[in-house]
Design a binder for this molecule. Structure first.
Ligand code: BDP
Length: 705
């Protein structure tokens, strides 16, 4: 009977073992006994010289991690004394150990038979603890461990587009993680695991609510809820930020106006900021979407973005908090090119922002497309710290069903050269402050933000492989020089399997996944930010309250060709880039194929550098892209024995769906574009089984409420 119970217990544990909840912090027992023994010899105790909540988190994490990896409890001692064979955490503002470290950096060395983790701050020690655990999880030798790392960007932040009603805008992994109706009295233990996961990557800020902000978040009732979250996140070095509704003085405060230059409005915000700090003394600051997509803002009163941002900065003056002002703006001007909007509105304001303000710019000029050129704002506002905003949630990348590993997308933007200070002035170097020297600009900061893909699903991200995107964002926010390959490899080993062939296969699959998606979805520089759910293929959509919310506005298909002319004969958006960039992209012969239709209206019959005509190249991409999903399925099938069965089945199912939908996208585009190109589908590809009418009907049904 006893044995039976034990078996049942083990079985239930196994059933829960890999439901994805533990993310990359699994800490499963190391099966390789010599390695485990070597690690255990070096981890006989943990010593921490200064108890503080953040340092305590580091100690607890080390204990949890080592218990799992080594299968034994590791005692904690206050001082290492003369003991050796342990892990020693030391925090000191200066000294040889911390030389060359910035505030949150860490150094891990082997000394007198101890592993010493040094940092200038408790947060640095916490990041060092996670780095050591990562080192062990990925099977690295412990004997001569020597790691030094500094974050390149100061504010590494998640943006949650979560609403008070529990829904997440563009969220595909369940509802919000924040149980607003239960807070602050009930504090879900999951909040702590969220904080652990973020801290393990070095993420140190979180904006808990949607940029399309509800004024409710600023009420005393909600501030108490947010404060309860802040209390959980604080020991993990994470500050809480709020998205704010610009018209709150009117809506909540009962004032007649929300004009940023009105003294009463200014007082209202100053009082509100004081109130927030009574609940959250280390409040991170505000994130603001203003005069964008119908949100209120300073322009409603004839004021500028700088007036609005500076007013909030003035309210924040007594505190360390910041104002993060988004540059995602575009007016409803039927003749304008949306591509140019943010640059046109923001560059004239360069130099006018308060030092407490950071302008947060989306990676591309339009909107998180599967492939976009970098935003021309980067490099063109030398007097304003520009943070970068990536989207981790897969709004345009197939939601939670399609597998798209995003590190290559992030890297493509970060490594793009703006040429603002000559060759090598990459977007990453603009963002980390090294191009314009933001670092020396007093209280200003450097920022990388990612729109989160987390939700209440047990595995956090819906698609288990989408955890890699949260992971990759965090790792790149810490160090943008890491490679997509290294990050994928590391994540796979920590999360899925350590079997070398499987690791190789999964890493390769992840690395190729984004190009595959682009090929069947938006090849050669097509884009699809048309209005709606941002999922169904509807390139024919031409009817909306504003032209830039239609599909035809972006692809411009006609009997001559395809693509948006942004050269001087068209909108001349290219003039917003430096001559070195412009020259390369302005000429259709030298413009890289992945960006071609972003900048050129190309004749259907024009031969491209691939040797194929535009029409044939498009067909080739759509067909091979969709076929490559079959390849992904085959590759995944090969790792069956190396990964957890439930997880294997989950991903397999999603890949099956992805294949169906890739065909849907392919057929929709090809059949629609064919009505303009008037050419057959080139061999060896077969024409779709369905007609354009069939596809349109299926999309109409998809879009029904
Ligand atoms: C778009 C989303 C929309 C967001 C907006 C933004 O479709 O839901 O509110 O971006 O970033 O991509 O403000």
């Amino acid at each position: 009977m006893y044995r039976l119970l034990l078996c049942l217990l083990l079985l239930t544990q196994l059933a829960h073992a890999d439901d994805g909840y533990r993310l990359w912090l699994k800490y499963d027992l190391i099966n390789d006994i010599p390695r485990r023994t070597a690690y255990a010899r070096s981890a006989q105790f943990i010593a921490a010289n200064k108890p503080s909540p953040v340092l305590q988190s580091a100690v607890t994490e080390l204990q949890t991690g080592l218990q799992g990896l080594l299968g034994k409890a590791v005692p904690v001692v206050a001082q290492s004394g003369s003991r050796t064979g342990g892990i020693v955490l030391t925090v000191a503002p200066s000294g040889a150990d911390v030389q060359g470290l910035n505030d949150e950096g860490y150094r891990i060395v082997r000394r007198q038979n101890n592993i010493v983790i040094s940092a200038k701050t408790d947060a640095g020690a916490l990041y060092g603890a996670f780095a050591l655990l990562r080192h062990l999880q990925t099977g690295q030798p412990i004997d001569q461990v020597s790691l030094t790392s500094n974050p390149k960007v100061k504010l590494r932040m998640l943006n949650h587009w979560d609403n008070p009603n529990g829904a997440i805008e563009r969220g595909y992994a369940g509802g919000t993680l924040w149980k607003w109706y239960e807070l602050p009295e009930t504090v879900d233990p999951r909040y702590r695991d969220y904080a652990r996961a973020n801290a393990s990557l070095g993420i140190n800020g979180t904006v808990v609510n949607n940029v399309n902000a509800s004024p409710r978040l600023l009420t005393g009732e909600y501030l108490q809820k947010v404060a309860a979250l802040a209390n959980v996140f604080r020991p993990y070095g994470i500050k809480v930020y709020l998205s704010v509704y610009f018209a709150a003085p009117k809506t909540l405060g009962g004032l007649k106006t929300s004009d940023p230059l009105d003294p009463q409005v200014r007082q209202w915000w100053a009082d509100k900021v004081n109130e927030i700090h009574r609940y959250i003394p280390d409040f991170g600051g505000f994130l603001v979407k203003a005069n964008s997509e119908g949100e209120p803002g300073p322009q409603d009163y004839g004021r500028t973005h700088a007036d609005g941002a500076n007013m909030l900065a003035a309210a924040m003056k007594p505190y360390s908090g910041l104002v993060i002002w988004r540059a995602f703006v575009y007016k409803a001007d039927p003749k304008a090119d949306r591509f140019k909007a943010a640059h046109e509105e923001f560059t004239p304001l360069d130099g006018q922002f308060d030092p407490k303000v950071i302008v947060q710019v989306k990676n591309g000029p339009i909107d998180f497309q599967p492939r976009e050129p970098f935003s021309p704002l980067f490099g063109n506002m030398p007097k304003t710290p520009l943070g970068i905003e990536f989207q981790i949630t897969q709004e345009y990348l197939g939601f939670a069903t399609h597998t798209v590993y995003e590190a290559p997308l992030f890297k493509e933007c970060l490594e793009a050269d703006t040429y603002v200070n000559g060759k090598g002035s990459t977007v990453a170097k603009v963002v980390d402050g090294s191009v314009h020297g933001y670092r020396n600009a007093g209280p200003t900061q450097t920022l990388m933000a990612g729109v989160a893909n987390t939700g209440s699903d047990r595995n956090w991200t819906g698609n288990p492989l989408a955890q890699a995107n949260w992971y990759a964002f965090g790792r790149l926010a810490w160090d943008h020089t890491l490679s997509s390959d290294a990050i994928a490899n590391e994540w796979t080993r920590m999360t899925l399997t350590s079997e070398p062939q499987a690791v190789k296969r999964i890493t390769n699959l992840l690395l190729k996944s984004r190009d595959i998606y682009v090929d069947y979805n938006t090849p050669l520089g097509l884009s699809r930010p048309w209005t709606g759910v941002h999922f169904a293929p509807e390139p024919w959509q031409n009817n909306s309250s504003r032209p830039d919310w239609t599909a035809v506005y972006y692809h411009r298909a006609d009997s001559v060709g395809l693509g948006f002319d942004r050269t001087p004969t068209g909108s001349n958006a290219l003039a917003q880039y430096r001559p070195e960039v412009r020259r390369q992209w302005e000429n259709p012969e030298t413009c890289p194929l992945p960006y071609l239709l972003w900048f050129h209206h190309v004749p259907w019959t024009k031969p491209l550098s691939s040797g194929r005509t535009l029409w044939n190249e498009l067909c080739t991409r759509f067909y091979t892209g969709a076929d490559s999903v079959q390849w992904m399925r085959r590759e995944w099938a090969q790792v069956k024995s190396a990964v957890d069965p439930a997880l294997f089945a989950d991903v397999s199912g999603r890949l099956d769906t992805q294949y169906k939908e890739a065909l849907w996208w392919r057929d929709a585009w090809v059949l629609y574009l064919q009505t303009f190109a008037r050419q057959p589908i080139p061999a060896p590809f077969k024409k779709p089984d369905r007609t354009l009418t069939d596809v349109k009907k299926s999309v109409d049904i998809y879009l029904l409420r």
